[in-house]
Design a protein around this ligand. Structure first.
Ligand SMILES: *Cc1c(COP(=O)(O)O)cnc(C)c1O
Length: 396
């Protein structure tokens, strides 16, 4: 498909300096670094010992989806018809999986009829009933989602979704009795801080599978792979891949069996930056044109509290002695303040620009238009040498 058909207005600049010199933007600008996405996605796909599904909710920006697809991601974990449609528009050959156990009435039917979706998930017997009434079960793969808990997950995803281990065999048998292929899924959590959490969950899955009267071909181990941020250092992804490669031999999958993963953050985070302008300085407090209701939406959750940052004046990098600043957003909400002070050049002033790096996950997809503050200005920075702030330190 021709790029112009999808993104008629996407501007390209070689690097952030040329963008700032050309535009001197008064609204926030979000920058895609295509080479960074290509590199990090290719490393994930070649390093993970199985099938990689991108969890679209982490960043549904079409250009990011296209870059991931170009870099070898062929499968997409979607949670709504809108996400499926976005993916299929950008990359018609994509294989979309509808991996949320609670769907709107008619959604499964439309997904199968219009987009040929064949992979669904349930965590309750009523989910099977709903699917049976809407889709062709034979030829479909239905995952039963198992709830697993581990202390190494910053965000436990098993509180809302997933069936207790003792109910999973009955769900798998009920799926198989409909003529669909029964498969197993779980999610360790999001921002999983230790590779051992996957080992633990895989051993629970192995136990369930070894007591079933039939074989399972596909085991989806979910997403949750972390990225590092300032003051928030995580193990490198290779350590997770090694732990999973080892543990996967314990799974009694059939010949031709495969494990699947659904990374969101690990694929979405590295290649996106955000440019904000300083609107007002009061001593050690800076007021920016983007904030907690905008691109920094994710900082309200437990986990990392900062993004790597660079400062620019008139398109030139501003260096010099640093001091900590409190950063406020542009809305009238008193909670519109970033959770941790950020070290910035002492003489920073109104009109300077800040570039924050590594914030592709849960940022564009979370921002709101609260108070009428909203930017949809997304550009490409496509010099192969251009790197977002913090890239080399936080993305090994
Ligand atoms: C959010 C989500 C993911 C992605 O989680 P990350 O922590 O971003 O990798 C994967 N699978 C499911 C079912 C999710 O809800």
């Amino acid at each position: 498909m021709c790029d112009d058909a999808i993104m008629p207005d996407m501007e390209h600049y070689p690097c952030v300096e040329s963008l700032l010199t050309t535009l001197d933007p008064e609204h926030p600008v979000y920058c895609i670094y295509p080479h960074v996405y290509q590199r990090s996605a290719a490393a994930f796909v070649s390093g993970f010992p199985g099938r990689v599904l991108y969890a679209v909710k982490a960043c549904a920006e079409p250009e990011v989806i296209r870059l991931l697809a170009e870099s070898g991601v062929r499968h997409f974990d979607c949670a709504s018809l809108v996400e499926i449609e976005t993916v299929k528009t950008v990359f018609p050959q994509a294989c979309c999986y509808f991996m949320v156990p609670v769907l709107l009435r008619g959604e499964a039917r439309s997904a199968q009829k219009n987009f040929d979706v064949r992979h669904f998930v349930i965590d309750h017997p009523d989910g099977i009933k709903r699917l049976k009434s809407e889709i062709e079960m034979s030829g479909s793969v239905i995952f039963a989602r198992l709830a697993v808990h581990h202390d190494a997950a910053m965000h436990d995803l098993s509180l809302r979704f997933g069936a207790p281990a003792e109910q999973v065999p009955a769900l798998l048998k009920a799926i198989a009795s409909t003529g669909a292929e029964a498969a197993l899924a779980f999610n360790v959590g999001s921002m999983v801080t230790e590779p051992g959490a996957y080992r633990h969950a895989i051993s629970i899955a192995a136990e369930i599978m070894s007591n079933l009267p039939f074989d399972i071909r596909l085991v989806d181990i979910g997403g949750g792979f972390p990225r590092s941020y300032p003051q928030f250092s995580m193990p490198p992804l290779d350590r997770y891949f090694e732990a999973i490669s080892e543990a996967k031999h314990r799974l009694p999958v059939t010949a031709g069996g495969e494990i699947l993963t659904e990374p969101g953050r690990a694929l979405a985070a590295p290649g996106l930056s955000a440019i904000s302008e300083v609107l007002l300085r009061k001593d050690d407090r800076l007021y920016l044109n983007d904030g907690m209701h905008g691109i920094f939406w994710e900082l309200r959750y437990e986990g990392h509290k900062q993004f790597a940052c660079r400062c620019y004046r008139g398109g030139e990098r501003l260096q010099g002695k640093l001091r900590p600043f409190t950063l406020y957003g542009p809305t009238c909400d008193s909670a519109d303040v970033l959770p941790e002070k950020v070290e910035l050049p002492r003489d920073i002033r109104v009109g300077d620009h800040l570039e924050f790096g590594g914030l592709g996950a849960y940022s564009l997809s979370g921002r709101t238009d609260f108070n009428g503050r909203y930017s949809d200005h997304v550009v490409m920075l496509d010099s192969p040498d251009a790197l977002p702030p913090g890239y080399s330190r936080y993305n090994q």
